[in-house]
Ligand binder design. Structure first.
Ligand code: TYD
Length: 206
């Protein structure tokens, strides 16, 4: 694996999209070759799976089906987009990866981490991110600063209690190797600076 791989994680409204955009702008200035991609989705087939798993009308989807669809989308995305980009020496920036499955399906849905690890291990193989940036803000704090809800997909339809569990699921990983909580309660520029500092510490960028 020649390129580096980073993922962004966090609850809804944690500011991942903004921070990924700021990072991309930063990288544009430095000339580092990179791609920005996302889960679920990132490739044509995986985006179709995304459509099914996030469709608000699919109210009867079982938790296991949901977890397997996220894993299936991940497989397609990895083989079609992430691995080729890494082989070309690109920096891969992925909006969500397997820690989303651990927090949302494993912890908040209650399927358990062992189940999620089992169904994802063959998908992921050695392709774990060099660093996972966890935008550490509680769903309550994120909700208070969010101006107007914009989506109504299956995951956003879950109540606040569900999102509190997701946050707890993420917090359980703080302290794991390569899982870096980023304080993001302040200004966007400060969070961006925290991210750049972390990426330099991990030798992802110079
Ligand atoms: P998205 O619109 O990308 O949300 P966000 O902007 O918050 O990233 O929708 C992705 C949703 O899918 C989000 O609610 C988190 C959820 N998800 C899981 O539950 N498990 C997973 O493995 C992944 C990748 C995402």
């Amino acid at each position: 694996m020649k390129g580096k791989f980073i993922s962004f994680e966090g609850c809804e409204g944690s500011g991942k999209s903004t921070q990924i955009r700021l990072l991309a702008e930063y990288l544009d200035k430095t000339g580092v070759p990179y791609i920005v991609t996302r889960e679920p989705g990132g490739s044509e087939i995986a985006e179709k799976i995304r459509g099914i798993v996030l469709d608000g009308k699919n109210k009867n989807m079982s938790d296991e089906c949901e977890a397997l669809l996220y894993a299936a989308a991940r497989e397609q995305h990895l083989s079609e987009i992430i691995i080729p980009a890494l082989n070309e020496g690109k920096l891969v920036i992925c909006d969500r990866y397997v820690h989303s499955s651990l927090a949302y399906q494993g912890y908040a849905r209650g399927l358990g981490e062992e189940y999620i690890k089992a169904i994802n291990s063959r998908v992921i193989k050695e392709y774990m991110p060099d660093v996972t940036l966890f935008l550490d803000i509680s769903p309550d704090a994120a909700f208070n600063r969010k101006h107007g809800a914009d989506k109504d997909d299956r995951m956003e339809q879950q109540g606040m209690e569900f999102h509190r569990l997701v946050y707890k699921g993420y917090k359980a990983h703080c302290g794991d190797k390569n899982f870096c909580p980023v304080n993001c309660g302040g200004e966007k520029a400060q969070t961006h600076a925290n991210i750049i500092k972390t990426l330099k510490e991990y030798n992802i960028i110079k």
